[in-house]
Design a protein around this ligand. Structure first.
Ligand code: TYD
Length: 165
């Protein structure tokens, strides 16, 4: 399966402007082989905001694991690896940071700053997280459990594996 239909979520502002389909959700097809932005429904009222995230709905896979990266030291960067099999969605639950996703030949920068947006990363893409704000909290969803043997931590090894399979 190369494409998946994902939900962009019903937002408070959509309710005022009419729903987009029978469930009231907007949907979009994404190419599962390419990095892509995903959106989460965010419901706001005068008391605050609530963001909802489902596997196989806003996120194009069943969620096996979630983890948070917080208390990031000033100037620190994270990531700098690729995964052989694992797919992820990365979002800023608080604060902001830059996510760079690279195929070795092309790279794309996402500035993540709001809790209603994430980035889907397929297998075999290099990722780096930089430029963290002091209050940043990075929230990650994955389709597989933690397995160190799934990591490629050397960029030259990554290029070899990406070009050969
Ligand atoms: P790593 O994925 O390299 O962090 P980042 O890419 O954000 O810099 O993980 C850092 C350490 O935490 C590494 O020693 C492995 C460990 N770890 C787990 O034990 N379980 C997990 O689910 C994750 C994500 C990491």
């Amino acid at each position: 399966m190369r494409y998946a239909r994902i939900y962009l979520g019903k937002r408070t502002s959509d309710v005022a402007h009419g729903s987009k389909n029978a469930e009231g959700d907007r949907t979009r097809y994404i190419d599962l082989a390419q990095p892509s932005e995903v959106l989460f429904p965010r419901m706001e009222d005068s008391s605050g905001a609530l963001t909802v995230i489902h596997g196989q709905k806003e996120i194009p896979f069943a969620i096996a694991r979630a983890y948070l990266i917080s208390d990031i030291a000033p100037g620190a960067s994270r990531g700098a690896h690729a995964h052989r099999k694992l797919r992820q969605v990365i979002m800023a639950a608080a604060g902001s940071f830059t996510l760079t996703v690279s195929s070795g030949t092309h790279s794309h920068e996402f500035f993540l700053t709001e809790s209603s947006k994430g980035v889907y990363i397929p297998r075999l893409f290099w990722r780096e997280l930089t430029n963290f704000s002091h209050d940043a909290v990075c929230l990650v969803f994955t389709d597989r459990p933690y397995e160190e043997s799934d990591y490629i931590r050397s960029f030259s090894e990554y290029l070899d594996e990406a070009n050969n399979g």
